[in-house]
Design a protein around this ligand. Structure first.
Ligand code: BGC
Length: 932
């Protein structure tokens, strides 16, 4: 008996675990340059009410030292705290070193086991890479022909080295002006694409950190890299279309010639160290990639492959010597952008003054999609369908004689006659070419330096029908882990949710882009602020947004305004800003703080955020609403515009409220009071200027009502109710057999269903999300959408790609554009009812909403939902169901170290007209409630 009792105690003592440890919101990251990186974890366990009473962290230079009393960098000791996100506070972290760590937690008196040992590789802490950038001798003339494409080849670089002593550690820090891939002893290093990412290179560049130790061998080693134009020198955004850049060509926006920097820190078995890296002893040549451009595509002549080019034994006698990048000299050229017609600027090499370790998950290939069908649409032209709109590339597999050329074109949609629809790519050529080498066993190829937004691949070059396996879709995106699920009784609604997630994957290429296909792919700030909260529901985007906020804050205009996109690549003369776009500088940090609990989203940028708000106030000192910047307003609304000054008043109120809340969270009482005073003035001005005695709003657009309700202009409950009902009436007045009546654009749509719900019009909101009529999310699904479209009328049954009246220019018409997809935020937080009550979900608000059984006449009203979100504390999942007898079944699972406040009717909403709601507090664990 005694033994059994003891065993039981042991099991109970470790009833919970400490798991999912992260550093700076990433798992085992490579390249951490923060002096005090943030360490976090979760608790896991079945016990009801599981809560962290204390934690302990150990940090050491080797896994063997991860024991209390031995850890040589930090032993936090037992700290009584429920916090799970702690800044490192040990000895100064050494650079270029693997750091090992572990954590454990206490629930009451019970300690967990130590978490499985974790590690991260430090970058250069407190120092910068010192090696020179190298390049090839570029004697080509500066490209000046605006109409003619200029697509230089990618460049190969290599060097060998041998050390007398045995190497025990080799840590590389590498960067490029351009994009690069590192190779060592014949192997590609890592699996990232498009390194080192996109910054304003004149101000700052990222570098990547890699552990080469395992790749090196005794004797001679080879190190190499392939470098392409990338954002630095390639075609960028809509520059070619509108005539921005040097000589208005839309390319070479940052510089003429790409360059490379590699710095390897070697440690030998006797403890001594050495640094090797790029210098003019390296050699360079062109290889098979004779074109390598982000927007235009890649061209590859496999006959020019150089087997073993990154191995020591390779004969590089035909390669030329690399040169120091600055030896390519100065290139002063006339630059044009939105502000300046022509201004001479330097396009020769300039070393970025600041380097930072790449702080987020890199772009990777995360999924492969087999082609679903292949069709010949005219002799020799074959179209492969992946069945899903994605961003990325394809793997091409062919068996052909040497010199056979295959041309690949990419499209999101087909014309009715089966041709690919490429009008919406504008100036992005999006064409890849492969010339076969004639390998008897067949050959495969994947581009390295381009990506496309597509579902269909057109290939020419086959004499007979190519097998389906010729094309595999490679889904590429910044590798943020998915974190949610939503399923309900209506398959169309489920598809809407999935389409939004796919649209996010399609646009997470290094930054939140607006679209992955046309000549744009810019970090438009309006789109990002609309979508940030949804993005954080769909995936763990903390590190991704922390990174992009650096780019956004780097691009602040001289006046202190946040720009319309970041990086602001055409910003040599200033930057375009505007209401609801510039607001991203405040809204994105606020949304990510709420999602993660990490206050550094705003503390890191508080000075710039404050300066922005003050600059905006200086623009409109009376706070009456004054047109601010570019007049996009409620972008892509359906003939129901909202005046720009009105939108500005609404957004300024919204961001002032957020600033007050974030000031409070930092205990900045005066600042909080200042923003609250601004809000009071703006509310009073709103009443005076826009609110009519009968409760209607002037101007009377649908979005005017939505913004008044959402942005905090209208707070009095009876007035809110009136405005919500009026909004519902406006929608219904325009609705018809084939039309939902919705007219809202980017700004009005995101909060439309939330404000309808909030003002007692839930059934209308549910009817909208379940509608298959135009315009709606379901209309897109009905018409085959696998991602969210840019416009409500991107495609209509009556006019195809011609918009509402058949006259639209299909050129600005992306089929993977996430702004309208922000409706998933409402689906999760309101319909399913999972939302943070406190930042980071340390307190959860569960407030599901139940539509009447006949909320929509188009189809069966949603009768059940299963949804989950993986919060920083773990998975929150719910299920609700209208049971056959009209009662409500509600189930929820709450993760450890949180509590949930559940808002539920006291009697079934399908049995009682207006049931009283009750609030219950739920501890961690599973809960099942039936409401009769
Ligand atoms: C982008 C948008 C963006 C807009 C600004 C477009 O070309 O694709 O999503 O916000 O420009 O109006």
């Amino acid at each position: 008996m005694k033994t059994i009792a003891l065993l039981l105690t042991c099991v109970l003592a470790h009833a919970h675990t400490t798991t999912d440890p992260k550093v700076g919101h990433q798992t085992n990251p490579l390249g951490v340059d923060a002096a005090n990186p943030r360490l976090s974890w979760r608790m896991e366990g079945e016990e009801k009410g599981l809560t962290q009473a204390a934690y302990q962290i150990l940090v050491a230079t080797s896994p063997g030292l991860l024991e209390s009393g031995k850890a040589d960098l930090w032993d936090s000791g037992e700290v009584k705290s429920a916090t799970t996100h702690i800044a490192y506070a040990g000895k100064t972290l050494p650079s270029s070193t693997w750091i090992h760590w572990t954590a454990r937690t206490w629930a009451g008196e019970k300690a967990s086991e130590w978490s499985a040992p974790q590690k991260f590789l430090t970058a250069l802490i407190g120092t910068q890479p010192q090696q020179p950038f190298i390049s090839f001798k570029d004697s080509s003339p500066f490209h000046t022909a605006r109409k003619k494409l200029h697509l230089p080849p990618a460049r190969y670089y290599r060097d060998t080295f041998e050390t007398e002593k045995k190497i025990v550690s080799a840590i590389a820090h590498a960067s490029a002006l351009g994009i690069y891939e590192l190779h060592v002893n014949g192997q590609r290093v890592g699996d990232a694409y498009f390194a080192p990412g996109w910054t304003d290179y004149a101000k700052r560049a990222y570098y990547n950190t890699y552990d080469l130790t395992e790749l090196l061998k005794d004797g001679e080693n080879a190190i190499g890299a392939i470098v392409a134009d990338g954002w630095y020198a390639g075609y960028l955004g809509y520059g070619k279309l509108v005539g921005y850049g040097p000589h208005q060509t839309g390319r070479n926006i940052y510089g003429k010639t790409p360059s490379l920097m590699v710095e390897v820190h070697l440690t030998f078995d006797d403890g001594s160290t050495a640094i090797i890296g790029t210098d003019p002893t390296w050699k360079t040549a062109t290889g098979p990639e004779y074109e390598a451009d982000f927007l235009m595509g890649e061209a590859y002549d496999a006959r020019k492959e150089m087997p073993g080019w990154a191995t020591a034994g390779f004969d590089d006698s035909a390669w030329e010597a690399a040169i120091l990048a600055e030896k390519n000299g100065s290139h002063i050229q006339p630059f044009s952008d939105a502000f300046i017609k022509k201004q001479n600027r330097e396009f020769g090499f300039v070393r970025p003054p600041v380097f930072e370790a790449y702080p987020a998950q890199p772009v990777r290939i995360t999924r492969e999609l087999a082609a679903k069908s292949v069709k010949q649409i005219k002799p020799g032209t074959w179209i492969f369908d992946l069945g899903q709109n994605i961003a990325g590339n394809v793997r091409l597999k062919v068996k052909a004689e040497a010199g056979k050329t295959f041309t690949l074109r990419f499209a999101e949609m087909l014309h009715p006659d089966g041709r690919i629809m490429t009008e919406n790519l504008r100036q992005a050529r999006a064409t890849d070419t492969y010339i076969a080498k004639g390998a008897p066993e067949g050959e495969t190829w994947t581009p390295r330096f381009t990506s496309h937004g597509f579902q269909f691949v057109e290939i020419t070059g086959f004499d007979t029908e190519p097998p389906l396996g010729t094309v595999t879709g490679l889904v590429m995106h910044s590798d943020t882990k998915l974190a949610s699920g939503f399923e309900c009784s209506d398959p169309v609604v489920n598809k809407i949710y999935q389409n939004a997630v796919w649209t996010q994957l399609g646009n997470w290429i290094e930054l939140p882009t607006d679209c992955p296909q046309r000549d744009e792919r810019l970090g438009w700030t309006g789109d990002a602020q609309i979508y940030a909260a949804s993005a954080a529901i769909h995936a763990d985007v903390a590190a991704f947004f922390q990174k992009w906020l650096r780019e956004l804050n780097e691009a602040v205009t001289p006046e202190g305004y946040y720009p319309s996109y970041a990086p602001y690549c055409f910003g040599h003369g200033g930057a375009v800003h505007g209401t609801a776009w510039s607001d991203a500088g405040v809204i994105v940090p606020h949304a990510l703080w709420k999602a993660t609990g990490d206050t550094s989203f705003f503390t890191a940028h508080w000075t710039a955020m404050t300066r922005f708000m003050e600059a905006r106030k200086a623009h409109d000192p009376e706070l009456k609403g004054k047109a601010f910047g570019a007049p996009w307003g409620d972008w892509l609304n359906l003939d129901d515009p909202t005046p720009h000054p009105y939108v500005e008043l609404a957004y300024f109120t919204k961001t002032s409220l957020m600033m007050a809340e974030m000031a409070d969270a930092q205990d900045l009482k005066d600042e909080a009071a200042k923003y609250s005073a601004w809000v009071a003035t703006m509310r009073a001005n709103f009443r005076q200027q826009h609110l009519q005695p009968d409760g209607t709003i002037k101007p009377e657009s649908q979005s005017a009502y939505v913004l008044a309700l959402d942005c905090g202009l209208l707070t009095e409950p009876s007035e809110r109710k009136k405005a919500g009902d009026r909004l519902a009436a406006l929608i219904r007045s325009k609705a018809g057999e084939k039309n939902t009546g919705m007219t809202t654009g980017f700004l009005g749509t995101k909060p439309l269903l939330p404000v309808l719900t909030d003002t007692g019009n839930l059934d209308l909101a549910v009817a909208m999300i379940q509608s298959r009529r135009y315009p709606s999310w379901g209309y897109e699904v009905k018409n085959g959408a696998t991602t969210i479209w840019e416009r409500w009328n991107s495609y209509t049954e009556e006019h195809g790609f011609g918009g509402a009246d058949g006259k639209m220019n299909a050129a600005m018409n992306s089929f993977s554009h996430y702004a309208f997809g922000a409706v998933t935020e409402w689906m999760m937080t309101t319909l399913a009812g999972i939302a943070p009550a406190e930042p980071g979900y340390s307190k959860i608000r569960l407030h599901p909403h139940f539509p009447s059984a006949n909320a929509t006449s188009e189809t069966e009203t949603i009768s059940w939902i299963k949804a989950h979100h993986d919060s920083p504390h773990g998975r929150i999942s719910i299920h609700w169901k209208r049971q056959d007898d009209g009662s409500l079944l509600y189930e929820a699972t709450i993760p450890p170290n949180t509590t949930a406040e559940l808002v539920l009717p006291k009697s079934s909403p399908w049995k009682t007209a207006e049931p009283e709601t009750g609030i219950r507090t739920l501890p961690p664990g599973y809960h099942r409630i039936e409401v009769k």
